[in-house]
Design a protein around this ligand. Structure first.
Ligand SMILES: [Zn+2]
Length: 512
């Protein structure tokens, strides 16, 4: 079954594409995590319980802000947790209504670095057709806990950048000063007037960077119609998460562990004294986890510990080729992958190498067909490869070389035709093969099929791979963590994977 790419795919893809085009989005100095290890982000779905927030009915459909806020917040949490170096908590995960003070206290109890309150706007005097779009309220500039204003503005800039990709009108980053009745807390201890919104003001008193994201106008029919669509609400949460992750400089957890595969049987096994059998071991793990990168390259002490007789005797793991990785507070056993892995991150210079190898090879790019399918030239084609491969954590060089091998450098000499946008012979053994609507969809399907074989991680985009279910009846997920493992699986040829690896030699010999 074939799907059209959804808005979420487009959003994530556009976002990655955009960061590719303007690689140097500059943010001010981002403070280190308060606890010295992970950033703590507390998400606050506004309203709840008896407080429905803004409510509106159009065309006999009624939406309540509290419900929408929770859906966006859950999607934001889910997406942000795909990144390493961050812990994400909610002030409410059900239909309850903590007070403003209680919400701030929850953030304080978690020692939050960031406190993001998720809301939907409503215009009292709106006429149903305006205003539209999103706006973000941040702490106003000032001396009292001044970093909340600078950090808040940076985070809001990231969120703003990604929310813009959803097509909503960008109403900007704003702050609001208190006015009206005097009360305790009207002035900060520095004598400055406080922030207007209780969430932001309370967080600032607690030394936490707080902000309110007003995602769209429930009172405006165009925005309202978008808010009726759960996939759009998920997209809003994704946008918030990607913006936060970009400003904090977080990497996807799958990329942190790119050369290793979590062994299913030990997945999510938390190491503690009981497992390690010694407090010494636990200390080593704790200090390693707190070190700069938490990458396996820095894990020499862990490796030596694993091979030590203390550990081996205790866990009798001597027959398992394991390494340890740390992500999201869980120590994981990873099976070392021998050979070129299917999964992995590469920097954008691989795009130039792919274009370079194409040019050396001297074939004619089928521009006539692919200019109507989103990739008018080889440059666009290679950028899409990079974008979709990276969006799922699959190696872009693998996707390129496999596509060139399968299509005979886009000449389509086999049973698949150029119009099908099927670059890896998907579903083509003995018949015509899968058909995709555009180059991006065809490449994403190839990437997701590779991810089926190469990893047990979930897909980050909606599944457009029409062969996903078919392959699952024959092979388990993650059965081919290395490219040579694709032989006899993706293809019946016994040197299929090795032939692709051999093409890398030419790719990386390209002189730029
Ligand atoms: Zn609200």
């Amino acid at each position: 079954m074939k799907h059209v790419l959804t808005k979420i795919v487009a959003c994530v893809a556009m976002a990655i594409f955009a960061s590719l085009l303007c690689a140097s989005v500059a943010y001010a100095q981002v403070p280190a995590p308060k606890n010295g290890n992970n950033y703590i982000v507390v998400i606050d779905p506004g309203h709840g319980g008896v407080d429905g927030g803004a409510t509106k009915t159009f065309n006999a459909i009624t939406l309540k802000e509290k419900t929408i806020n929770l859906k966006i917040a859950l999607s934001l949490q889910r997406k942000l947790m795909e990144f390493g170096g961050v812990e994400v908590y909610l002030t409410r995960a059900s239909d309850i209504n903590p007070t403003i003070d209680e919400r701030v206290q929850i953030a304080a109890d978690y020692n939050a670095d960031l406190f993001i309150s998720v809301h939907i706007n409503s215009a009292v005097n709106g006429n149903g057709t305006s205003p539209t779009g999103f706006e973000i309220y941040v702490p106003q500039t000032g001396n009292y806990n001044a970093y909340t204003a600078t950090f808040g503005y940076d985070i809001a800039s990231g969120i703003q950048r990604y929310l813009s990709f959803t097509g909503l009108t960008n109403r900007g980053i704003k702050s609001k000063e208190i006015s009206g009745e005097y009360f305790d807390g009207y002035y900060y201890p520095t004598g400055e007037l406080a922030d207007f919104y209780g969430i932001i003001r309370g967080a600032r008193y607690a030394g936490i960077t707080g902000m309110i994201v007003e995602h769209a106008f429930i009172s405006t029919e165009a925005d309202f119609n978008l808010l009726c669509d759960d996939s759009f609400l998920a997209e809003l949460g994704y946008a918030d998460a990607l913006g936060i992750a970009e400003v904090l400089g977080l990497s996807l957890r799958s990329q942190v562990a790119d050369q290793y595969q979590v062994t299913e049987s030990y997945k999510s096994m938390t190491l503690n004294n009981a497992v390690l059998g010694s407090t010494t071991g636990n200390t080593i793990f704790t200090s390693w986890a707190a070190s700069n990168n938490n990458t396996l390259a820095n894990a020499a002490s862990i490796r030596s510990f694993i091979t030590s007789s203390t550990y081996q005797n205790h866990k009798q793991l001597d027959k398992l080729p394991v390494e340890l990785a740390y992500s999201n507070c869980v120590y994981q056993f990873m099976k070392r992958i021998v050979g070129d892995p299917v999964m992995g991150r590469q920097d954008t210079s691989v795009i130039d190498l792919m274009i370079g190898l194409w040019n050396i090879n001297g074939r004619t790019y089928p521009s006539e067909v692919y200019s109507t399918k989103g990739a008018p030239d080889i440059e666009a084609f290679c950028q899409i490869i990079y974008m979709v491969a990276t969006s799922e954590g699959v190696r872009p060089d693998l996707v390129f070389c496999q596509a060139m091998k399968e299509t005979g450098w886009l000449r389509f000499t086999g049973s698949v035709s150029v119009e099908q946008c099927n670059f890896a012979g998907m579903g083509a053994s003995g018949n015509a093969g899968c058909v995709f609507s555009c180059v991006q969809e065809g490449l994403l399907a190839q990437v997701q099929h590779l991810k089926y074989y190469g990893s047990t991680e979930p897909l980050y985009n909606d599944n457009v791979d029409p062969r996903w279910n078919a392959v699952s009846t024959r092979w388990p997920r993650g059965c081919a963590p290395t490219i040579p493992d694709l032989s006899n699986r993706w293809s019946t040829t016994s040197n299929y994977g090795q032939a692709i690896v051999t093409m890398f030699d030419r790719l990386y010999a390209v002189n730029l």
